[in-house]
Write a protein that binds this ligand. Structure first.
Ligand SMILES: O=P(O)(O)OC[C@H]1O[C@H](OP(=O)(O)OP(=O)(O)O)[C@H](O)[C@@H]1O
Ligand SMILES: O=c1cc[nH]c(=O)[nH]1
Length: 183
């Protein structure tokens, strides 16, 4: 089995434009930024949350609190129903009660990571509401979870893998589709 790169679907400029649009959508939907806070799902949801908060600061002149949830998805393969996300650590340095929390992640797939993140957030307090922003929605949901803000919808087969690379972690910004091929 090997993984081959098939297609580059977003470059640095594409990611920047998507995050700028999402930032405007967040401000518009919430009629401003009062009570707004970002929480990123590690690892790449973290820099996404930071970048959106920075963009919102540029647009509205308001500093938005940013937190991080560390979640790992344990799975035997990419399709098993038994995959179990585990929350390792929460670094949310503000009170979530009464806040409009925008949860961010790079890829939305089965929805299991987001479900675990929702549980962890609700354990911390009582947010006014939780919204979801993802860079890529690749479909194949196994839970009734839907993103409020989507960078790009990418129809995929289950054999494909979406790999998001971000400067802060990977040294460059891009989104590629890869495929698992039997050898
Ligand atoms: O909707 P789901 O099926 O839960 O999948 C989405 C999650 O999977 C990815 O993390 P992954 O476990 O691949 O870890 P990585 O990003 O650190 O490689 C991605 O970053 C999301 O958090
Ligand atoms: O294709 C996928 C599926 C889950 N998580 C990813 O990062 N990519």
């Amino acid at each position: 089995m090997k993984i081959i790169e098939k297609n580059r679907i977003m470059d640095e400029a594409g990611i920047r434009r998507a995050l700028t649009r999402i930032s405007h959508e967040i401000i518009e939907r919430n009629k401003g930024v009062s009570d707004l806070a970002m929480v990123g799902i590690r690892r790449r949801g973290g820099p996404l949350a930071e970048r959106i908060a920075q963009k919102i600061k540029e647009i509205e002149g308001v500093e938005i609190p940013v937190g991080v949830l560390d979640i790992t998805l344990y799975r035997d393969d990419l399709t098993t129903l038994a995959s179990q996300p585990m929350v390792h650590r929460t670094e949310v340095p503000f009170d979530v009660t009464g806040k409009v929390i925008v949860l961010t992640d790079d890829v939305l797939y089965t929805g299991r990571t987001v479900r675990a993140a929702l549980d962890a957030l609700i354990d911390l307090g009582r947010p006014k509401c939780i919204q979801l922003a993802v860079l890529i929605d690749r479909g194949h949901r196994e839970l009734p979870i839907k993103a409020d803000y989507v960078g790009k919808n990418v129809p995929t087969s289950r054999k494909e893998i979406i790999t998001v690379r971000m400067k802060e972690i990977d040294g460059k910004d891009e989104v590629v589709i890869e495929e698992i091929v039997e050898t």
